[in-house]
Write a protein that binds this ligand. Structure first.
Ligand SMILES: C[S@@+](CC[C@H](N)C(=O)[O-])C[C@H]1O[C@@H](n2cnc3c(N)ncnc32)[C@H](O)[C@@H]1O
Length: 193
């Protein structure tokens, strides 16, 4: 099996990848996590989705590919410049709302039991405000993170933070959790109660 073969890719993916490269943005999501997100999104018809850390909109494009027409996506980033790239590529897709604000502020403003899937791809929602973010999931909702295997761009000391985070999930009795040493290292959790 070749896990670099993708069933379908978002129609604007290559254009976003090109804009991403030209912008110099280096924290973008790869196609593997994208294809996983798309598949998970398809499992939640009419779902309400949250992406923390839009970047230039790569994972956004995969989430939208999996979502049906009545599903909704909130995508949050505090960097106006990269968010503009995402906005440009999705200005006609009414399912997505971009929020240019701090992810932590967004998390603390939202109501519990709101989301069917959260892709936490920024510091808030992952390394900070984890409990508050997990509380935003509905029962049966799915929480996804990547970059959990050592990456060349990790700053000194980050490996300890990642290890600590994995330990936290293990102690959450209201989650079922799966670790995938695949792509950049993925954790998928499902809220059970
Ligand atoms: C790993 S990148 C996201 C990549 C993106 N999901 C993709 O598909 O390519 C992390 C993003 O989080 C954003 N970010 C960092 N700190 C943030 C914060 N406190 N609030 C909101 N966004 C933040 C950065 O601007 C960056 O775009």
């Amino acid at each position: 099996m070749n896990d670099n073969t993708f069933h379908t890719i978002p129609e604007n993916l290559e254009a976003i990848e090109l804009d991403t490269e030209n912008s110099g943005f280096s924290m973008s999501s790869d196609r593997k996590i994208g294809s996983l997100l798309s598949t998970l999104a398809a499992a939640k018809p009419d779902g309400h989705f949250l992406e923390l850390g839009t970047g230039t909109g790569l994972a956004t494009s995969w989430l939208l590919l999996g979502m049906n027409q009545s599903a909704l996506l909130d995508s949050v980033d505090n960097d106006q410049e990269v968010l503009e790239i995402a906005r440009r590529h999705f200005d006609r897709d009414k399912r997505v709302t971009f929020h240019n604000c701090d992810g932590g502020d967004f998390i603390t403003r939202e109501q519990p039991d709101t989301y069917d899937l959260i892709f936490a791809d920024a510091w808030p929602g992952k390394y900070s405000l984890l409990d508050e973010t997990l509380a935003l999931l509905k029962v049966g909702g799915i929480y996804v993170i990547d970059d959990m295997s050592p990456q060349p761009n990790w700053p000194e000391g980050h490996a300890d933070k990642a290890k600590h985070l994995l330990g936290k999930f293990n102690r959450c009795s209201h989650l079922k959790m799966c670790r995938l040493a695949w792509a950049t290292g993925i954790v998928i959790c499902c809220r059970t109660e």
